[in-house]
Design a protein around this ligand. Structure first.
Ligand code: HEC
Length: 193
């Protein structure tokens, strides 16, 4: 018993140190700080598949075709949506196909949700001048890319915060169904390949 107490005393400073430092730190890793409401708001711009977060605004493909040129998209992606240094934005000309993946991997046709295309352009384009497009401009350019890819047929169709989420993307049900992940589950368990 005495030996045990002696051993414990030997480690007491270490135990005290661990105890004190654990209390001083956050419950998880003891790093960083809680972001302010303003910081969270500045980052919280992602648009979900339902489009609930979409700002009010509207635009047509017709308007988007001009913006595509004036906002510099054509300079990188090509005037027709292909042939530039940046990735092509129009589907491959393969005629009618059963599997929409054969149109290629371009975002305005591969994305399962129309809102994701809006979100990508709003946050990420034009490359180097991200965040400069107004909501109306993003609705218009998104409509134009859908029109080029035959996702919508009418270049005067008004896309806004209500109509955009209702667009049925051709690849909507053509993605692998990955099961919900829960903490501790090995990655990709139950994945088809
Ligand atoms: C300075 C060059 C440049 C300009 C200007 C530019 N882009 Fe891009 N764009 C890129 C590059 C490079 C990528 C690929 C990078 C990536 O996907 O992260 C890309 C990716 C994209 C994608 C995703 C392509 C895919 O299939 O994954 C879309 C959609 C897109 N741009 C639309 C636009 C629109 C709309 C504009 C004009 C408002 C624009 N871009 C202006 C360079 C540019």
């Amino acid at each position: 018993m005495a030996v045990f107490t002696m051993r414990l005393l030997k480690f007491l400073p270490l135990l005290m140190f661990l105890g004190i430092s654990a209390n001083a730190q956050s419950p998880t890793f003891g790093l960083g700080r809680t972001p302010t409401a303003g910081e969270i708001e500045a980052w919280d711009i992602a648009i979900s598949p339902t489009g609930d977060e979409l700002p009010v605004g509207s635009g047509t493909a017709n308007q988007g075709s001009e913006l595509y040129l004036s906002k510099g998209c054509a300079g990188c992606h090509g005037t027709t949506g292909a042939g530039g240094l940046a990735p092509r934005l129009i589907k491959r000309d393969v005629g009618e196909v059963d599997d929409p993946w054969q149109y290629g991997r371009v975002l305005p046709i591969r994305s399962p949700f129309a809102t994701t295309v809006w979100d990508f352009i709003n946050r990420g384009m034009p490359l180097g001048q991200e965040g400069t497009l107004t909501p109306d401009e993003v609705y218009s350019i998104t409509a134009y890319l859908f029109f080029l890819n035959d996702v919508i047929e009418d270049d005067l169709m008004v896309l806004d915060e209500v109509s955009l989420p209702q667009i049925q993307m051709p690849n909507r049900d053509n993605w692998a169904q990955v099961p919900d992940w829960f903490p501790g589950q090995p990655r990709l368990q139950g994945y088809p390949y």
